[in-house]
Design a protein around this ligand. Structure first.
Ligand code: PLP
Length: 467
């Protein structure tokens, strides 16, 4: 089916979308008025929409298509598995070759004793699984009061009914009766908003102290775990100082709480190494994965647990009793076959190494935009980065929401042939595929700059800037 230039078909699709398709995290009534941008195909770093517009994807879909679009070997892996065995349950001791090989591979790649892998449908289910395993673990090991979880302000841990409470973004709580009484937050390690952005150790110490204080306030016997992203993604790409993750890990160990690292975005080369934990030699108790695991080609996530957590649950269950956690599509063989091929492309295919080479031009391109009148901050690790726009570089004041700056930027960017993430608080998120070429980085930054210039040309935006 080709949509391009078929206007009646496009109009029908547009109407059907508005009438029937509920979009994730969207303003429903506003979407009905606006309608969808229908994407039709993708190749490499490029997307083509149903009107035939070609746009450069600087966000890897939703920070997931790390290998770029159109990797034929991945398509073949999926098709081959579908022909051989499109479905195999993991219930009743059944298994499938790709699921087994993937679990083994992830256990090899994951640090330390993270040797046990539960395969999910995506990141939200991976976080939800982590929460359920933690509850089971402390009940099974005779510490049933340990129920409270601590996470970071502006953290994102998905959209399940418990995970959305660990997520600390207002839209995920409003009207959903969240957070739960067992969910708590400490401030983000955000250098740009710190009183002294250059004092890395001070920022780390403040975070450690906040965790200690929160645990003391709740009582160590009541706290189960600390959840964090190594770089906070959906909260605005907040990049903590190097050493932060390690310091938090050490503090969690000392406080006798589990340390859960949510690598849903940062995993699979997004920040350089296979996992962000590696860069700081951190071994969490539980790691959650998704996105880059299958590069978005099919849905899959994973919850990887340490020997200790695994044994606590396994040996705590009554003899022969099942651990009641599972889903029809757990360890889906087609997703597992895709993940195995994607992992092969990262390693043998050289995509991880290409992503690491891209970190320098990516950083340079973002940092060069610091001079732009709209830009207050640029930050990045590997191929995960952001620009924060401010109306006053000295006070770091944002913009009046009535300006709808993020929406203007997203629309202008699209007209300029580029997509990235324009967060509501005027932080622009970037996560190019790890396959980007030098020429694509050049084009990306030329288009980002033109977008900022175009938006700045609007008189009301100019007026909003501090003179
Ligand atoms: N955890 C983190 C850190 C994420 O960034 C996301 C998604 O963006 C999730 C969990 C949820 O993953 P999913 O959208 O696959 O459910």
């Amino acid at each position: 089916m080709t949509l391009i230039n078929d206007l009646p078909q496009l109009a029908a699709l547009d109407a059907a979308d508005r009438a029937h398709l509920i979009h994730p995290v969207s303003p429903w009534r506003l979407h009905e008025q606006r309608g969808p941008t229908v994407l039709a195909s993708g190749r490499g770093a490029w997307l083509t929409d149903a009107n035939g517009n070609e746009v450069l994807d600087a966000f890897a879909g939703l920070w997931c298509v790390n290998i770029g679009y159109g990797q034929e070997s991945v398509v073949q892996a999926a098709a081959g598995q579908m022909r051989r065995l499109p479905y195999a349950t993991g219930y009743f001791h059944f298994s499938s070759e790709p699921a087994i090989r993937l679990a083994e591979k992830l256990a090899q790649l994951a640090p330390g004793s993270l040797n046990h892998v539960y395969l999910t449908l995506g990141g939200s289910e991976a976080v939800d699984t982590a929460v359920r395993f933690i509850t089971q673990y402390f009940n099974a090991t005779g510490r049933p009061t340990k129920k409270h979880c601590i996470a970071l302000e502006r953290g994102y841990h998905g959209s399940s009914s418990t995970g959305a409470g660990l997520t600390a973004l207002p839209a995920f709580h409003r009207g959903f009766d969240l957070p739960l009484p067992t969910q708590h937050y400490i401030p983000s390690p955000n250098p740009y908003r710190a009183s002294n952005p250059d004092d890395a150790q001070g920022i780390i110490d403040a975070s450690v102290a906040a965790l200690r204080n929160k645990v003391a306030e709740l009582g160590a016997d009541n706290v189960a775990a600390f959840f964090c992203e190594p770089v906070q993604g959906s909260g605005g790409v907040i990049v903590p100082p190097r050493g932060w993750l390690k310091a938090m890990r050490d503090a969690a160990r000392e406080l006798d709480i589990l340390f859960v690292v949510d690598e849903v975005i940062t995993g699979f080369g997004r920040t350089g190494p296979m996992f962000a934990c590696e860069a700081e030699e951190v071994v969490p108790d539980i790691m959650t994965l998704a996105k880059g695991l299958t590069a978005g080609y099919v849905p899959m996530g994973a919850t990887v647990v340490s020997d200790q957590v695994y044994a606590g649950i396994a040996d705590g269950a009554p003899d022969g009793a099942p651990v009641g956690h599972g889903a029809t599509y757990s360890a889906h063989p087609v997703s597992a076959a895709v993940a195995l091929e994607v992992l092969r492309l990262y390693e043998e295919g050289g995509i991880l190494a290409n992503g690491q080479r891209g970190a320098a031009p990516f950083a340079a391109g973002l940092d060069a935009l610091r001079n732009h009148p709209l830009v207050g901050d640029s930050r990045h690790r590997g191929l995960l980065g952001a620009l924060e726009l401010v109306s006053d570089k000295d006070s770091k004041r944002g913009f009046d929401p009535s300006l709808r700056l993020a929406e203007r930027i997203a629309a202008t960017a699209y007209r300029n042939g580029i997509v990235f993430r324009a967060f509501a608080d005027n932080i622009l998120g970037f996560a190019p595929a790890l396959t980007y070429t030098e020429a694509e980085f050049e084009l990306m930054f030329a288009r980002v700059k033109k977008t900022l210039d175009d938006v700045l040309a609007a008189p009301e935006v100019r007026t909003a800037l501090a003179s």
